[in-house]
Unconditional design. Structure first.
Length: 259
């Protein structure tokens, strides 16, 4: 059992890293290529100060008397020079009776800075119009900001990580004990009860923000998810009530010839 605990932290850390790498490839396949290309061309026109061409693509409600000043402000947010990489970090497609909306976010990498660009496009009757455009200069990449690392982390991070490792090990151990125990009837209910943790504690690894979801359960009592390739890891930890109750009642539920 001690050997399992010794290796699990390394296994979980590796799983987080591999999950992120695999997720990037999967995510890229989900990005609508034609709309992504149109969004990148729009950003390039803003950077080149081709405002007339940009305004022609805007939705009618955005073409106000103040739009030229707003576009000039956006162009000043773009760092000088050409970006070394452009990575899609967000892609949401929403269908409605009036058309299809694409909410696309890209991260531009420059020598000493980054730019987060969000473009909202709408396709109606085959025509693509711009519904929104936001450019945010950054001094650090999303990957670095949201990466899974122990550097600079506090006691709560270490506690959540320890519980994420320990609770599944504990539940698996009790599942094995439960499977070997001769329970008179409905053993499958006990196995199901032991296998889940109740009341989820959710923890954002990057920001340290946390929340409690009392009406929820987690298989094996813990886990983690990432909303995107550069999104922060959200750890979930749940109380192993079933496993604890089974150990407490194991002796009393044994058949007479096994007592």
């Amino acid at each position: 059992m001690r050997k399992v605990f010794a290796f699990l932290p390394l296994v979980l850390s590796t799983a987080v890293l591999l999950f992120g790498c695999d997720q990037q490839g999967t995510f890229d396949k989900m990005v609508p290529q034609e709309e992504a290309s149109a969004a990148k061309q729009l950003i390039a026109k803003v950077a080149a100060r081709e405002f007339t061409a940009v305004e022609a693509q805007l939705a009618a409600n955005l073409r106000t008397p103040e739009i030229r000043a707003k576009l000039e402000g956006l162009s000043r947010a773009v760092p000088a020079g050409e970006p070394s990489t452009i990575q899609a970090v967000g892609a949401y497609t929403m269908h409605s009776t009036s058309g299809t909306t694409y909410d696309l976010t890209f991260e531009y990498r420059y020598p000493d800075s980054w730019l987060l660009a969000n473009v909202v496009l709408e396709r109606t009757e085959g025509k693509l119009t711009v519904q929104g455009l936001h450019l945010t200069p950054r001094t650090v990449s999303l990957e670095a900001e949201n990466g899974f690392t122990f550097q600079g982390k506090g006691a709560l991070h270490y506690l959540v990580f320890a519980l994420t490792v320990a609770i599944p090990v504990f539940i698996v151990y009790v599942l094995v004990v439960c499977a070997k125990t001769k329970i008179p009837k409905r053993k499958w209910l006990w196995l199901l009860f032991v296998a889940i943790g109740l009341v989820q504690f959710q923890f954002n690894w990057a920001t340290g923000a946390w929340g409690l979801n009392p009406i929820s359960f987690s298989l094996l009592g813990a886990g983690f998810v990432k909303a995107g390739p550069v999104a922060p890891c959200i750890f979930t930890v749940a109380f192993p009530l079933g496993a604890i109750l089974f150990l407490a009642r194991q002796r009393s539920m044994l058949q007479p010839d096994d007592a």
